[in-house]
Write a protein that binds this ligand. Sequence first.
Ligand SMILES: *Cc1c(COP(=O)(O)O)cnc(C)c1O
Length: 360
Amino acid sequence: MSSLTSKLLNPNLKTLTPYESARRLFSGGTDWLNANESPFCNELEVEVTAYNRYPDCQPQGLIDAYANYAQVKADNVLATRGADEGIELLIRTFCEYNKDSILICPPTYGMYKISAQTSGINTVEVPLKEDFSLDIEGIKAIDKVNIVFLCSPNNPTGTLLDKNDITQLLTHFADSALVVLDEAYVEFSPQQNWATLLETFPNLVVLRTLSKAFALAGLRCGFTLANPAIIQSLLKTIAPYPISAPVAQIAQKALSVEGVALMREQVNYLAEEQTRVRHILSNKAGFSLKGGTEANFILFQYTYRTQLMQYLVANGMLIRDQSKQCGLTDCLRMTIGSREQNDRFLLLIDNYLNDSGEVA
Ligand SMILES: *Cc1c(COP(=O)(O)O)cnc(C)c1O
């Protein structure tokens, strides 16, 4: 690094490694089962013809469409560049630089901590218990945090958090902290839906995205759902034109009656594939399934995970190593792809086992 950049670099960033997104880690490959994307490439044509005007900060048609889909009011909805921007806005809006803290429960999604670090905010970690449930006593023992990030269904465990546990935390932090429930995978597990409880819990925030079940990761469109006072505060921090005109149009189309019906069909397909792949994988020598089925991926443990990963990468099959996360020794995460991709994944594992003679 040049002496000028190292002299000027924000001290909070000196030790930071940027988020190792699946796309940053591996750029090649033929089968991308490493970022929980959808295998479906839906056609969504746009009618935007004029680009000379700035878009609305919060395009009304898009806000209304998501409010209708999530069954909340329009003033409960903030549209962002992916759920990731929602995470960052919450931290920048509700935490004070070099003073405040957020709380996370690993193993979980990596961006909460990275966003906190880049914003000069401390992260307190209270790991999930061995069965991936919340350590309620451990969380309650933490003195002062401004935001509690919970992920349910959780990435990368595919498990739901217990409803009563979440309620307890919402009550415990009622006067001191926001409780953010990241529901990026809610469409794969519709039995819980916290968006309908915003009026009951004024400190509840729900994060949503079009990147997973809606098959629009490339669009960069997510939503933060909360009470109007929280949404109004976030509007102080958000960029003036975060949602480009074509993004708003495409997202609105995806949220139409036909768009939602297509999404549900595709979610069913992925659920069937998940059941099938889990069954086959669990019967392979040395492989053990971890976590749950509430999202679009499978977490599994395999002792020779490094060798297996290398073999898969060499054959263009990309999955994600989760073994650095607490409690996930030797764990890998495979996103459910198309039937053909899943079969190729399973075939490569058989080939690997035959070639290497390794079992655990
Ligand atoms: C993928 C993911 C996100 C990010 O979604 P974007 O809308 O693509 O930014 C947020 N939270 C979790 C838990 C995720 O898995």
